[in-house]
Each structure stands twice: as structure tokens, then as C-alpha cells.
Design a protein. Structure first.
Length: 483
């Protein structure tokens, strides 16, 4: 008899088809299946692959017979492509230079080579970066564009017994996954040029925010060596990264000469930053700090140069963020969906820009639950192998949308009574949770997603008074039922 594979789900051990269908083989945990395949002799791979096939694909669901699939593994110089025959097996392999004209030529030849009535399906890992030109050309020529999740492709590569990445092999596996309609494959969503431009702007804005945070952390590390009292919780002077601190470091790079500066010069900078009546006292505190710095001249010069570079980088990030924010505000205010989302409490221009550019294309073609799963606000997690004790987001979650919805929820409870009441209700329900406030905010984000989805897919308008009236009516009904 063949071996038996046991899989633990919902605290119950279930028997599933064996990966090791050989006599005398021991039971194997599902979490170790892929590792076993990778470390097994080559003559065992085929038997194990076919025995475990039902674990990795949806039974009885294959691509239509009137479609041909071509998979692309995109690179900087050239793309590797593999065309499958009608049975889903390898038929042809070719390389395409990463030029729009060459890609158009090869895809046009494939369209002419397929039989009349057949539709060409193009498979890529991403519509951005390396796969941008291939995706655009495929859509222009009327091909059916599909995307394959990178993590799912890596798992499928392990199943096929290919431990190392190979361009030709990856193109073939991506096409096979679409042919067999395995998990991790989806139809590429259609995005308008306006949404694509807004997505690029919001992503650049996010990168600038992250870069500024890194520069600020480095600035704090340098100040910790130069003047540690500035990082004390009792410090009443300007904090690292604030305008007053940047002005001081621009006027006196590395605080050199600050110990001899007049109080009036320091007070002018503090008054520009709204210190008011505290300016004189804080100016004396800053000068005393500068007089307490005791470092050798050579090292002091190095500190001055490093601080000057950090201040310039932080300034550049701030100026770039302001320019991007102005452009994002202009585009969001002229977008019909953006105008409706801006009316919600907690939705600023940048958050609205993320929702319009990242969530709207999916919401147009998906149901509300699927859109919520894509946004990451559904209580779904994935666990396998050594990660059984830790939760991770499900595959295919857009982290930018999740961050936007979560941030808007945090801001909304400060301005919306309805959101605050729901948050407090969930907070009471999550007593005993390791992080009850995080769970409550995710629950609030899930509720707000329903409203965002309705505003995106219908002609409904956001009216805070109507929502408040409906909320009060529900409370009244509950009180009457309890009485």
C-alpha cells in the first residue's frame, strides 16, 4: 500500500492523497511535502508529483480548448517565452528583446500561428517594471492577459522538482498554472491611464515618506553621540526632524559656532517656529547644549559633514513630498470617485489617491468580499511549516490599500461619532486579545471598506447625517427589543 499524507486543519488530522505513493513509505506532514520533493531522487519526483496533483490544482477546471497559452519570464535585456500546445504541453520556446517593436512582432506572429477561433492568453508575473511593455502590447493586440502570483509560482516550481530559478522553466510553469487554473492565477485588471498615473504618484510619495523616516533615524543616531540630552524625554528644545532643528543645523552646521551665538539669533529661528514666550528660555537651553559638546576637531568635522548631508536629504524629501501632494490633490479632486471618497471622515488626498488607484480597478470587477480580501481587511491568514505559530496575510493582499484603510480608520475615530462608537464596541469585544486596539481598527476598516466599495460601484453619495440617523434608529430598536 502507498504511504499516507496527513494534513492538520482546524485541529483535526485528515487523510489526503499520498505524496509518497510507494510501499513502506512513512506518513509525511503536509508542511514538509515540498522539502521532501526537493531532496528526493529524480526517479521519485514524477510519482510524487502525480500523487499530489489534486492538492495543487482545482479538479476538472482547465483552460478552454479554444485558447492557447504563452508564458513570459520578463528580464531587463530580453524576455523568455514558452508556448503551450492545445494539451497544455511544451510546444515552442523563444526569446524576445525588451523592445516594444520586437515584442509586437513576436506576439503578432503567435496570433497568426494559432488556429482560427483560438484566443491567445499571455501570462506575466507583474504588469509593472519588467513586464510593463509585454502587458501593454498584449492588451493592444487584443490578447487575454493573466497574472501569476510570484509566491504561488515558487511553490509550483518546488512541486515540479526544480529547486533553482530558470527563465525558460519559469515561463513554462507560469503558462501551465494558467492552463490548469491553479490558485495564484488571476485575470489582469484593467486600469485607466489616470489611475495608473495616480498610482505612480502615490507610490512615489510613500517611498519618500519611508526615506525621510530612515534619514530621521540616522539623524537621531548622530545626535545621540553628539548631544544625547537633545533626545531625552525632558528636553524642551526642538526635536529632531522638526523645522526648528533643521533651521538650526542649516544656520550652524554640526552646531559649530552655536556656543558663541547671540541669543537674539537663536530666538529669531524659534519665533519662526511658533515658540512664542518660550523662545528666550529655549534659546538659552540650546546654547548651553552647544557649549557642552566636547569632541576632537577631526571627528567634529566628520560629524558636521554627516549632519549637513542628512539635513539636505530631509529637506529634499520634504520639498518633493509637497510637490507630489499638490499633484495628487489636483488629480483626486478632479476624479469623480475621488470627490465622493474625500467626503468620508479620515480620507485625505493621499489616502483617497491610494484607494482610487489601487482598489478601484479591482472593485469594478470583483464582489465586495473579494475586494475586501484584496484589501487585506478580512480575517484570513496563511500558515505553513515553521510559521504555524505566526500569522501572515493571505497571498494577493495589497499592502498599500491595507495601510490606507487602517490609517483612515485611526483618523476617523477622532472626527466621526459612528466610527468611534463601532471602534469602542469592537475594543470591548477583543478583551484578552494580544493587541485589541489593532484588531478593533482592522474590524473598523472592514466596515469602512463596505462603504468605500458602495461609493465606488454605485451612484451613492456619502451623507454623514443619513448615516447618523440610521445609527440612532438601530440603537433605538435595540433598546426597544431589550425592554
Amino acid at each position: 500500500m502507498g504511504g499516507v499524507l496527513y494534513k492538520k486543519r482546524a485541529r483535526v488530522w485528515l487523510s489526503v492523497p499520498a505524496l509518497v505513493a510507494l510501499r513502506g513509505s512513512p506518513p509525511v506532514l503536509a508542511s514538509h511535502a515540498r522539502r521532501l520533493i526537493r531532496t528526493s531522487p529524480k526517479w521519485l519526483i514524477e510519482a510524487r508529483r502525480h500523487a499530489a496533483w489534486s492538492l495543487y490544482r482545482r479538479e476538472g477546471r482547465r483552460v478552454s480548448e479554444n485558447q492557447r497559452v504563452v508564458g513570459f519570464d520578463c528580464g531587463e535585456d530580453e524576455h523568455s517565452a514558452v508556448l503551450l500546445d492545445a494539451a497544455g504541453e511544451f510546444e515552442e520556446r523563444f526569446s524576445v528583446a525588451n523592445e516594444r517593436g520586437k515584442i509586437q512582432e513576436h506576439l503578432a506572429e503567435l496570433l497568426l500561428a494559432v488556429r482560427p477561433g483560438e484566443r491567445l492568453v499571455v501570462v506575466v508575473e507583474s504588469k509593472r517594471s519588467h513586464g510593463r511593455v509585454v502587458s501593454d502590447v498584449a492588451v493592444e493586440l487584443g490578447c487575454d492577459l493573466r497574472q501569476v502570483n510570484t509566491v504561488a509560482l515558487n511553490h509550483f516550481r518546488d512541486l515540479e522538482g526544480q529547486p533553482r530559478k530558470n527563465d525558460e522553466w519559469d515561463a513554462y510553469l507560469a503558462a501551465r498554472m494558467v492552463f490548469l487554473r491553479m490558485g495564484g492565477c488571476r485575470k489582469a485588471t484593467e486600469v485607466t491611464e489616470e489611475e495608473r498615473a495616480l498610482s505612480r504618484l502615490t507610490r512615489t510619495h510613500r517611498r519618500l515618506v519611508d526615506e525621510r523616516r530612515k534619514h530621521l533615524a540616522r539623524l537621531r543616531a548622530v545626535l545621540l553621540e553628539l548631544a544625547p540630552e537633545m533626545l531625552h524625554s525632558s528636553w524642551e528644545g526642538p526635536q529632531p526632524g522638526r523645522k526648528a532643528m533643521l533651521y538650526l543645523l542649516e544656520r550652524w552646521p554640526g552646531f559649530e559656532g552655536l556656543e558663541r551665538a547671540q541669543l537674539r539669533s537663536i530666538e529669531k529661528i524659534l519665533l519662526r517656529c511658533r515658540y512664542g514666550s518660550r523662545a528666550t528660555r529655549v534659546a538659552k537651553l540650546i546654547r548651553e547644549m552647544a557649549r557642552g559638546i566636547s569632541i576632537a576637531d577631526e571627528e567634529r568635522q566628520a560629524f558636521t559633514l554627516e549632519l549637513d548631508l542628512l539635513v539636505r536629504q530631509i529637506r529634499f524629501c520634504d520639498e518633493s513630498k509637497d510637490r507630489l501632494r499638490t499633484e495628487i490633490v489636483q488629480r483626486v479632486e478632479h476624479h469623480p470617485i475621488g470627490q465622493k471618497l474625500l467626503g468620508m471622515d479620515g480620507n485625505g488626498p493621499v489616502i483617497t489617491g491610494v484607494l482610487v488607484s489601487e482598489l478601484l480597478p479591482v472593485a469594478r470587477v470583483s464582489s465586495e468580499p473579494k475586494s475586501a480580501t484584496y484589501a487585506g481587511v478580512t480575517p484570513l491568514s496563511r500558515k505553513s511549516g515553521k510559521s504555524l505559530d505566526s500569522d501572515k496575510l493571505t497571498q494577493g493582499v495589497n499592502q498599500r490599500v491595507l495601510n490606507a484603510l487602517y490609517t483612515s480608520s485611526v483618523v476617523a475615530i477622532k472626527h466621526s461619532a459612528i466610527d468611534r462608537a463601532y471602534y469602542q464596541k469592537k475594543l470591548r469585544g477583543y478583551i484578552g486579545h494580544p493587541k485589541p486596539h489593532v484588531a478593533a481598527f482592522i474590524a473598523l476598516s472592514r466596515q469602512r471598506h463596505k462603504l468605500v466599495y458602495k461609493l465606488m460601484t454605485t451612484d451613492a453619495q456619502y451623507d454623514k447625517e443619513v448615516l447618523m440617523a440610521a445609527h440612532l434608529a438601530r440603537l433605538e430598536q435595540k433598546q426597544m427589543a431589550a425592554a
